[in-house]
Design a protein around this ligand. Structure first.
Ligand code: S3P
Length: 163
């Protein structure tokens, strides 16, 4: 079975949902941000601060290219779809699920979050990023799931029945 890759904006629940899907299907769970942190031995905000976003994106692409094509559930960083190269890789090798969440819900969830460098900026810039990214998520998704008020287990069931 093709690995399942969860994509979506920061705060869309990729890690929580991904872990639950992996548990339900008895598959390995992987998270691109955690893989980068393990490899580079620094957390994401430190990498952004000391090496910059450009370098972070290079690490992200390298990690993406090493992910298993089979039998895993993978949560990706919200910006993985920024590079065309990554979008192509995602759609060619994985079953890609886009967790589509409204900007309002994301805002509520990430209120006060300081662990995400790209969330730590003016509201207008975040809204712009959200709007610009949406078509990129859609472009490489096999399955789009609108996240509204479902529980985690309902979302998991929807993904499992969509595979
Ligand atoms: C980013 C999202 C983060 C992380 C980094 C950059 C982005 O992951 O990769 O801070 O560009 O949207 P989450 O989507 O898990 O927050």
């Amino acid at each position: 079975m093709k690995s399942i890759c969860l994509i979506g904006f920061m705060g869309s629940g990729k890690t929580t949902i991904g872990e639950a899907v992996a548990k339900k299907l008895d598959l390995t769970f992987l998270d691109t941000d955690s893989e980068i942190e393990k490899w580079r031995e620094f957390d994401i905000p430190t990498i952004f601060e000391t090496e910059g976003e450009g370098r972070f994106r290079e690490y992200e692409t390298q990690v993406l290219k090493k992910l298993p094509f089979q039998s895993a559930v993978i949560a990706t960083g919200g910006g993985i779809i920024e590079k065309e190269e990554n979008r192509k890789w995602l759609s060619e090798h994985f079953f890609v699920v886009y967790l589509q969440t409204s900007f309002d819900v994301i805002q509520q969830r990430l209120d006060g979050d300081e662990g995400r460098p790209l969330w730590n900026q003016e509201l207008e810039k975040k809204e712009k990023l959200y709007k610009e990214r949406k078509p990129k998520y859609i472009e490489c998704a096999d399955f789009i799931l609108n996240i509204r008020k479902q529980s985690v287990s309902e979302v998991v069931d929807q993904i499992v029945s969509g595979i």
